[in-house]
Design a protein around this ligand. Structure first.
Ligand SMILES: *Cc1c(COP(=O)(O)O)cnc(C)c1O
Length: 436
């Protein structure tokens, strides 16, 4: 039986069979910073940013750009990296805006999303000088127009439209995607009315359209279908309203491998295919090729992160299965509990040993759904071994909670063979600080 697959090239075996992460010994990191512990490889994040920016520069019109989707992993330390790589950032709340601004990220490079921006949110965004709003619906448009007019600015916006396709079942033309809480549908004619209203707002400048078709998509054809529908809409709006879009924002959603069975991530290849498709469509419709914005979240940070835990009990229920409990779980990674998302798990203390122990990794909450992976194989652990879960850079720290009053882990950033604490571990005092 082979050892657990180290599915990312930044992982390797150390001389004692321990797991190494971006050149550093995970057992030493666990010792120094404690567990559970999030690790993030800054150099990998930068590589991913460059893949997007270079492919966009190469294949798409000048001014095309990637905006990092903050919701995947939001802490102050991510923003200097994103800014340094020339990217913008998506934000969906005053909390994310404030985090970016606190890190010195320019407000003009922020793109403000959200289905329900309150009047206070809109005031905050306009007041801070957020560069671009993605307007979700007509009532938000009206409020934004009022707010911008009252402070004497013309706010640049994209209109969020739904193209009405499900990337997983496109052949069936899934109307479930028209029926969505995000944006305004093209199919029902409401998006056209939305644009007409927006063009009539004196404090709004409509610079283009936004749509986001989903997440964990590996196949460029879904994005090409999205481009077709968006472009058909844009052509119709040119003919009916004389409006020409400067920007198409195609959202995020590029898939990343979580297990050995998933395909590789091919950022440049996908962007090339989407560009070819867009240019051909524009040529056929005699439409000048719009700038393309993309909003990658997962594919920037997922495989740059791993989580370290300390194994607690190893328990075999005779005739059923074995459980390995860890000192975290759904509180630091709710994705298995929420979506049954698969992960690759490695016994970091003995990463070179045969992965011959079939087990389920369970967390510490009083909740039978608190699991990280089920029926997987790792090298048989003992109490105290370090257990690594791979590919946890996206939607783990960002979705963590204090359920069962479990404290949030620390986050350590690794770069050039050095580790630095980016977010300290939460304390009991932090937990109690809000209570009267
Ligand atoms: C979630 C989301 C993204 C990021 O998606 P990933 O799958 O993480 O790349 C981008 N744009 C919008 C509007 C989103 O809701």
């Amino acid at each position: 039986m082979p050892a657990s697959p180290l599915i990312y090239d930044k992982l390797s075996l150390g001389d004692r069979g321990q797991l190494m992460f971006a050149g550093l010994d995970t057992l030493e990191l666990a010792e120094e910073f404690g567990t559970p512990l999030y690790l993030l490889d800054e150099d990998r994040v930068r590589e991913r940013c460059r893949s997007y920016q270079e492919a966009l520069a190469w294949h798409m019109p000048e001014g095309s750009r990637a905006y990092y989707a903050s919701k995947a992993l939001c802490f102050k330390g991510i923003y200097p990296i994103i800014a340094d790589e020339g990217m913008g950032a998506d934000v969906v709340s005053p909390g994310e805006i404030a985090t970016a601004l606190a890190a010195g990220f320019p407000a003009s490079d922020l793109c403000f999303h959200g289905t329900n921006k309150t009047v206070a949110d809109i005031a905050y965004g306009v007041g801070q000088g957020v560069g671009l709003f993605v307007v979700d619906n007509p009532s938000e448009l009206a409020d934004l127009n009022c707010m911008a007019a009252s402070v004497g600015v013309v706010q640049r916006v994209l209109l969020r439209v739904t193209v009405g396709l499900d990337p997983h079942t496109f052949a069936a033309v899934n109307t479930g995607r028209v029926d969505s809480q995000f944006g305004v549908p093209i199919e029902t004619g409401q998006a056209a009315a939305f644009l007409k209203d927006a063009l009539a707002c004196e404090a709004i400048e409509v610079v283009g359209f936004h749509s986001h078709i989903g997440s964990q998509i590996f196949d460029a054809s879904s994005f090409c279908d999205q481009v077709d529908i968006l472009l058909a809409f844009a052509l119709r709006m040119r003919d009916e309203l004389g409006y020409v879009a400067e920007i198409f924002n195609l959202g995020g959603g590029f898939g990343v491998p979580y297990t050995q069975d998933d395909p590789e991530l091919d950022i440049a290849g996908n962007i090339a295919l989407i560009a070819e498709h867009l240019k051909a469509g524009c040529a056929a419709g005699d439409y000048s090729v719009p700038k393309v914005f993309l909003e990658p979240g997962r594919s920037i940070v997922a495989d740059a992160g791993i989580t370290l835990y300390t194994a607690g009990g190893v328990k075999t229920i005779e005739g059923y299965r074995s459980y390995v409990t860890v000192d975290g779980g759904m509180t630091d990674n709710p994705r298995y509990a929420l979506y049954k998302s698969p992960y690759t798990v490695v016994n970091a203390s003995n990463a070179g040993d045969d992965a011959d122990f079939e087990c389920t990794i369970a967390g510490r909450c009083c909740e039978s759904g608190d699991r990280i992976a089920e029926d997987i194989r790792i090298a048989r652990p003992q109490r105290g071994d370090i257990i690594a879960v791979l590919g946890t850079g996206a939607y783990n720290f960002a979705m963590s909670s204090n359920y069962n009053r479990v404290l949030r882990p620390a986050l350590v950033v690794v770069s050039g063979g050095k580790a630095r604490l980016a977010v300290r571990r939460q304390t009991i005092d932090d937990l109690l600080a809000l209570e009267m």
